[in-house]
Write a protein that binds this ligand. Structure first.
Ligand SMILES: Nc1ncnc2c1ncn2[C@@H]1O[C@H](COP(=O)(O)OP(=O)(O)OP(=O)(O)O)[C@@H](O)[C@H]1O
Length: 294
């Protein structure tokens, strides 16, 4: 498990990352979300040691991170960083060798990844001659080539078409199945929903929510859908609830507490038949919107 503990980074008077703590559990995908400028990239840079922390620590399996441990990580930086004018296979082999792979291992691994990303026929092409999405695929290949034991990915999905997203998801799942902790930042909340076991929400440099999907949902509001016969309009007059929507027989409600929920159900039963009364399981993206709402 990767643990971020009380990380802080200031730039002059600006506190970009403010006492941030969260865990990235082994074998799980953790989505790192927050508005532009919230501090995600700065946090990831500190995890990778490419930016020093003003204070705080990063631990891997309980031990402070060393440069050697970090060299086994896979990192996709925001600024990307491959060479535009070099053939893509050559530079992947070079990067693999920097990660102590043999030339033949690196060639085989790079070819495998390029083929999975549909770039098997372009190995001799310069990076700059590829479309932006394809360049992104090569960047992903670079971060995965040496079978890293931790993955830190800064917006890995931006600019990818749906087929590339699926290839990427498959590759990431292979890594999590091998026990690797994966942290990725994204503004694509639908993907965070689809992929993540856990989520960390940053706002103005501070963590405002974090945890597994289930833990975050447990903290979320008590929201239910009720369908009655013939019409649900009467719910508007009930105490202890907020009516979010009423459409004919169906209403979406939030309850102040469990008593209000029981009262509402009892009232509904005295008024007629209740076809449905069920909690609405919020998606991670809904939780994100809720916790970041001003
Ligand atoms: N080198 C720097 N010098 C000064 N301020 C910086 C520096 N790097 C980041 N910042 C500031 O720190 C804050 C956090 O930036 P950061 O790039 O970490 O946010 P982010 O969450 O990754 O945003 P985005 O989603 O737009 O990528 C911003 O206000 C940014 O302007």
């Amino acid at each position: 498990m990767l643990q971020v503990q009380n990380l802080t980074r200031t730039f002059g008077d600006k506190v970009a990352v403010d006492n941030v703590s969260f865990d990235v559990p082994s074998g799980q995908m953790t989505g790192f979300v927050g508005a532009n400028g919230a501090g995600k990239t700065t946090t990831m840079r500190m995890i990778m040691g490419v930016l020093s922390a003003t204070s705080g620590d990063v631990l891997l399996d309980g031990a402070p991170l060393t440069a050697l441990a970090r060299s086994t990580f896979g990192y996709m930086p925001e600024e990307r960083g491959l060479y535009p004018k070099q053939p893509i296979l050559d530079q992947l082999i070079y990067l693999g060798q920097l990660h102590r792979m043999s030339q033949s291992q690196a060639r085989k691994g790079a070819m495998d990844l390029l083929e999975r990303f549909g770039l098997g026929g372009r190995t001799k092409d310069k990076l700059e001659s590829l479309s932006l999405g394809n360049q992104q695929r090569v960047q992903i290949a670079a971060s995965l080539l040496h079978k890293p034991n931790v993955l830190i990915l800064d917006e890995p999905f931006s600019g990818l078409d749906p087929v590339a997203v699926d290839s990427m998801v498959e590759l990431l799942r292979e890594r999590t199945s091998a026990g690797v902790p994966v942290l990725f930042s994204s503004h694509q909340l639908d993907l965070v929903d689809r992929l993540c076991d856990s989520m960390v929400v940053l706002q103005q440099g501070k963590v405002i929510a974090s945890g597994t999907g289930d833990a975050l949902r447990a903290r979320a509001v008590n929201r239910h859908r009720i369908t009655v016969s013939p019409d649900a309009g009467w719910v508007r007059d009930e105490p202890g609830i907020r009516v979010l929507d009423v459409a004919g027989p169906t209403a979406v409600l939030e309850f102040d507490d469990d008593d209000a929920r029981q009262r509402l159900l009892a009232t509904a039963l005295t008024r007629g038949s209740v076809e449905e009364f069920a909690p609405i399981r919020p998606s991670l993206s809904e939780i994100y919107r809720e916790v970041t709402a001003v």
